[in-house]
Ligand binder design. Sequence first.
Ligand SMILES: *Cc1c(COP(=O)(O)O)cnc(C)c1O
Length: 385
Amino acid sequence: MAEPTVPPRRPGFETLAIHAGQDPDPATGAVTVPIVQTSTFVQEAVGKHKGYEYARTGNPTRAALETCLAALEGGAWGLAFASGMAATDAVAHLLESGDHVVMADDVYGGTYRLFAKVFDRAGITLTAVDMREPADVRRALTKRTKLVWIESPTNPTLRIVDIDAVTGIAREAGSLSVVDNTFASPYLQQPLGLGADLVLHSTTKYIGGHSDVVGGALVGTDMALRERLAFIQNAAGGVPGPFDSWLVLRGAKTLAVRMDRHSDNAMAIAEWLCQHPKVERVNYPGLETHEGHDIARRQMRSFGGMLSFELRGGETAADRMVSRTRIFALAESLGGVESLIEVPLAMTHGSVRGTKLAPPAGLVRASVGIESVDDLIGDLAQAIG
Ligand SMILES: *Cc1c(COP(=O)(O)O)cnc(C)c1O
């Protein structure tokens, strides 16, 4: 009788983050992936090489990162880009003149700008909808809708979109669905399992995690889609260099432990803010009072490190507070180990001032880092005053 076979167990997230695509270097035994800083690769004879020819097309450090990111999202393939926007640009290049895009009305501002102010000239049309109501997505679809662009949680008001419901609507309509998973990271949320065709990351944020690199990525399952996007990646050339790829790969190794701490710290701060007399409203999907809390519980492991809140006293109170913090640095961006704070209307979201997409004037956004939570709460307390 044959021995009973033990089915191979898929390694856990933390193991994949450290080992997927990262076997010790066969040439030297180096435990970490080498930074292969070269623009070209030698050929033994014409067309006879070790898989690499020219470094825009492929580089071993980048390939290790792409394998790792695919594993973390549960995808079949990953493609790394020079920035989150370069990854978005590659997706936009799948479209042709006359195609229509349905987009969440509070997506990352740069995403909206690329479609509304660059790809409009290529004849691509755009409808922005509030995706909290999936029926509104269905109503926005046309015969030419080729792409549905989802983000959850959103920025800066931390809205939650039911990813499974919206990707289902896109699929029925024969449209590709993309989820910008930057805010959640693959540790907290895996959109491919919720029906998405593509996941996009600004690896600048949580995956890089240390505010020291700009990068982007796409992950998917369909190999034909991979071929089209890899062609665009090589043709347009928005690729990350080997050192930047290596920094993102190093960041990814600690993603799980960092996200746990980001989430714990943000939850404690959100609860503290809720009981503060000078705080009018707190937006954090981990709070039971958040309108998207039940959906977030279903589709996320925990609730992440981003939150926003409104101070009584509006813009003046917000500006005063963010200039008084000592640990929270007044800066744009997010997702690093250090805590950052900003006023979206005056900083990250200045371009939508005066439109219906403008965030409330007194809104403060925080990217909660992994410092001691008591120090962070003490800092906010003295700054709110
Ligand atoms: C930062 C960001 C982007 C753009 O990424 P870059 O790396 O800055 O080009 C896209 N989406 C979200 C949600 C982001 O936060």
